[in-house]
Design a protein around this ligand. Structure first.
Ligand code: XUL
Ligand code: CO
Length: 437
């Protein structure tokens, strides 16, 4: 069997003092944190599209990296070489999951019947590799944004025929996801939105998106899909306005159409920041609604206004993420590195550096989040902050066993209210720093 990354051996944990660039400094899969192995806290996944596909093309220039893996791009030989290279890559890093779009796996043909045939062929091949290696599928999805037919949307398109193509792609992507034992199925509405209201019927479009999702749930359950459907919110890009703007919007949409029992959120860090939120805000909103499913782990650049999909290096952000995940009792999904190397990081070695950086960043995030939880002062502060609701009147409010009149009488008897107590932000931020450094 051909070895693609022959200069790189299996990447092992060597500790923070190690100068070996192909070692983990913090990710120690077997290390126990809060009673669980690090690798159980952190089910990492490789995104097929970025790692095996993206080769550095941007709006101003063509590929800088070679992702041909020795075959002609656009052929089934190349599709198979990607499988071989991808599994070697995951094995060398100890990554146990992958995520895919349908057309990441095979070149799309002009005739959808031929694309579907190719998907059958490649998924047989992938299944063999999965059996040999124990590597699993985290989630699958259909790319309903690249093909020009989706220029006016997929579920939100104005064309009934195009809507059927979207349905056909979802059906096939579900077939393949189930065949590969995927834990989840993602809807990311890249073109489900609008550029101008002058040509858009929002109500019509949203009803149709919900119809497509409903049929996906019905079909998925019929063919034995037991996992979660996910919406991956994003406010914009490629569209000016996307309907799944953020977690709150997406959750409201799911509830409106009765889809909330089958769907959860797949929260992507860089999408959160594009929506004007922190990553942890989106995670918290999902968690309090019982819909925190999976994570696309990456980061943006605060000086740029688009989705840069960088490998996570911000330990503070990763810590806040892991704090939310642990508090929520873990994910049903995992941590998919929806991240790509910078255009100038164009070597095979850089592919490994990206993942080593991301995995070490999340390991540090996990270690730090455990420190915050074990320390207990943040929890204690928050507990005290709301403690007035343990009083007689507070308990009445919480139980719903009161009226506006009674509460008004309470206020009038007090005549004026004391200030509700310091928010203590600087004190709490100081605790975080003292735990980290
Ligand atoms: C795009 C994005 C997608 C989804 C899957 O911003 O994040 O790759 O993760 O379609
Ligand atoms: Co994503």
């Amino acid at each position: 069997m051909k070895e693609y990354f022959e200069n790189i051996k299996k990447v092992e944990y060597e500790g923070r003092e190690s100068k070996n660039p192909f070692s983990f400094k913090f990710y120690n899969p077997e290390q126990i944190i809060l009673g669980k192995k690090m690798k159980e806290h952190l089910p990492f996944a490789m995104a097929w599209w970025h790692n095996l596909g993206a080769a550095g093309t941007d709006m101003f220039g063509r590929d800088t990296a070679d992702k041909s893996f020795g075959e002609k791009i656009g052929t089934m030989e190349h599709a198979k070489a990607k499988v071989d290279a991808g599994f070697e890559f995951m094995q060398k890093l100890g990554i146990e999951y992958f995520c895919f779009h349908d057309v990441d796996l095979v070149p799309e043909a002009d005739d959808i019947n031929e694309t579907n045939r190719r998907l059958d062929e490649i998924s047989d091949y992938i299944l063999e590799k999965m059996k040999l290696t124990g590597i699993k599928c985290l989630w699958g999805t259909a790319n309903m944004f690249s093909n020009p037919r989706y220029m006016n949307g997929a579920g939100s398109t104005n064309s009934a025929d195009v809507f059927c193509f979207a349905a056909a792609q979802v059906k096939k992507a579900l077939d393949i996801t189930v065949k590969l034992g995927g834990k989840g199925y993602v809807f990311w509405g890249g073109r489900e939105g609008y550029e101008t209201l002058l040509n858009t019927d929002i109500g019509f479009e949203q009803n149709n998106i919900a119809r497509l999702m409903k049929m996906a749930v019905e079909y998925g359950r019929k063919i034995g899909f037991k996992g979660d459907f996910y919406i991956e919110p994003k406010p914009k890009e490629p569209m000016k306005h996307q309907y799944d703007f953020d977690a709150s919007t997406a959750i409201g949409f799911l509830r409106q159409y009765g889809l909330d029992k089958d769907f959860k959120m797949n929260i992507e860090a860089n999408h959160a920041t594009l929506a004007g939120h922190t990553f942890e805000h989106e995670l918290r909103i999902s968690a309090v609604n019982g819909m925190l499913g999976s994570i696309d782990a990456n980061q943006g650049d605060y000086l740029l206004g688009w989705d840069t999909d960088q490998f996570p290096s911000d330990v503070y952000s990763a810590t806040m993420c892991m704090y939310e995940v642990i508090k929520a009792g873990g994910l049903t999904g995992g941590f998919n590195f929806d991240a790509k190397n910078r255009r100038a990081s164009n070597t095979y070695e850089d592919m490994f550096h990206g993942f080593i950086l991301g995995m070490d960043t999340f390991a540090l995030g996990l270690i730090n989040a455990a420190k915050i939880i074990e320390d207990g002062r943040i929890d204690e502060f928050v507990g005290k902050k709301y403690s007035s609701f343990n009083s007689e009147i507070g308990k009445k409010i919480l139980s719903g066993n009161t009226t506006l009149e009674e509460l008004s009488d309470h206020a009038c008897a007090l005549k004026s209210a004391e200030l509700p107590g310091s928010g203590g932000q600087e004190y709490l931020e100081g605790i975080i720093n003292s735990l980290f450094f």
